[in-house]
Design a protein around this ligand. Structure first.
Ligand SMILES: Cc1cc2nc3c(=O)[nH]c(=O)nc-3n(C[C@H](O)[C@H](O)[C@H](O)COP(=O)(O)O)c2cc1C
Length: 372
């Protein structure tokens, strides 16, 4: 049994020693100058809490509902690719952690385990599949049908990544490319094969032929999104919204929920931190659909701040990878449990008994106190 660590930061500190250097670079990199990556953290630190005292915090309930489905905590797992680089059990371990803690997991389409295997091994958990809009709509549609057949509960369409971000530290390392020309290359002769010995990359196939899922439809518009809406009854969650304008378009084109996200600082650099963009999106659509957030959440106080500013739930990306690399399912579960207990402690100190008590007046920007 591996020793448990006390915080996400502690897991992050030992992460580098747990994975191959190439995997480490892939996981931690942001795009270009990494301004957005850095701000995802810093923007949380610029927010101050205004706690209330003597509020009877003898019992605290952190359960939530996502699109009508109950979760035990409002802290869920964002899709991150190639979890086999962190641990041989990959997405199955992560899904088991989510199922045990009672929360939602979004499975990346760039997963090392097939969506069917992940569902088979975690039949009870709330699970959404991450989808991209592919140039060939039958590829998109086949994936939708597989998602339905495997009893997933929703589709998360990533709309902020028309091409891969410029992960300078990672992509520009000589001879290294995680996204080789064809996904099935990884299985036999792909660039990364030598770093993945023993891992099952599970190449994605359509009609027996490999599909290159690193290619997205750059001509895609909201019309494509609207078409997707007409093809399935599964809830559709739009991931990667940062403006009121796009939030409104997402909802008008059938999104059942929106994730405010900048792809963990891995897409366009210099866009706002997710927590900075959240209030604008909540104001625009918060009375019509649920709004979630990911990006830079590293402790329970961050979770509290995001909920106060209108997020119905938060998603975490890299922290789960730190836990997974540390000790597989146990490590990923420990990350969720740390965030849960930190959220409960924050609520107790702030005077909140349930998530509905966490309202905007608990949070101000640090500049509020500069005026004193
Ligand atoms: C290594 C890595 C791989 C990712 N892969 C995907 C992906 O396949 N699909 C997707 O929509 N987002 C992907 N993301 C973005 C995450 O879903 C999420 O938006 C981001 O990691 C949240 O920020 P955080 O890592 O600070 O929690 C990835 C992020 C990382 C770090």
């Amino acid at each position: 049994m591996t020793d448990k660590l006390a915080s996400v930061a502690e897991y992050e500190n030992v992460f580098k020693g747990r994975v191959h250097e190439i995997a480490w670079l892939y996981y931690v990199s942001g795009s270009d100058e990494e301004i957005t990556l850095e701000q995802n953290r810093n923007a949380f630190k610029r927010l101050r809490l205004r706690p209330r005292v003597l509020q009877d915090v003898s019992s605290i309930d952190v359960s939530a509902s996502l699109l009508g489905q109950r979760v035990d905590i409002p802290i869920c797992i964002a899709p991150t690719a190639w979890q086999g680089l962190a641990h041989p059990d990959a997405e199955v371990a992560t899904a088991k952690a989510a199922e045990k803690v009672g929360t939602c997991m979004i499975l990346s389409l760039h997963a090392n385990k097939s969506l069917e295997e992940v569902r088979e091994k975690t039949p009870k958990g709330l699970k959404w599949l991450n989808l991209y809009l592919f140039p060939n709509r039958t590829v998109t549609l086949d994936l939708v049908r597989r998602t339905e057949n495997a009893n997933y509960n929703g589709l998360v369409v990533t709309i902020d990544n028309p091409s891969l971000g410029n992960l300078i530290k990672f992509h520009h390392r000589k001879g290294i490319s995680i996204y080789s020309r064809r996904v099935n290359d990884y299985h036999g002769n792909g660039h990364l094969e030598k770093y993945l010995k023993g891992y099952d990359m599970g190449p994605l196939r359509q009609n027996g032929r490999p599909v290159d899922i690193s290619i997205r439809d750059r001509a895609a518009t909201w019309q494509y999104f609207d078409w997707l809406r007409s093809q399935t009854d599964l809830p559709i969650i739009a991931k990667g919204v940062l403006t009121a304008e796009d939030a409104i378009l997402a909802v008008n084109n059938g999104a059942n929920a929106v994730i405010v996200s900048n792809h963990g600082g891995r897409g366009l650099d210099s866009v706002p931190a997710s927590i900075e963009a959240l209030p604008e999106v909540v104001r625009a659509i918060g009375d019509r659909v649920e709004v979630y957030i990911d990006g830079g959440i590293r402790n329970g106080i961050d979770v509290f701040k995001a909920l106060a500013l209108g997020a119905k739930a938060v998603f975490v990306g890299r922290p789960i990878l730190y836990g997974l690399a540390h000790s597989g399912e146990d490590g990923a579960k420990q990350i969720l449990e740390i965030l849960k207990s930190e959220l409960i402690r924050t609520m107790r100190f702030a005077g909140c008994r349930s998530l509905s008590d966490i309202v905007p007046s608990f949070v101000v920007h640090e500049s509020h106190y500069a005026k004193l």
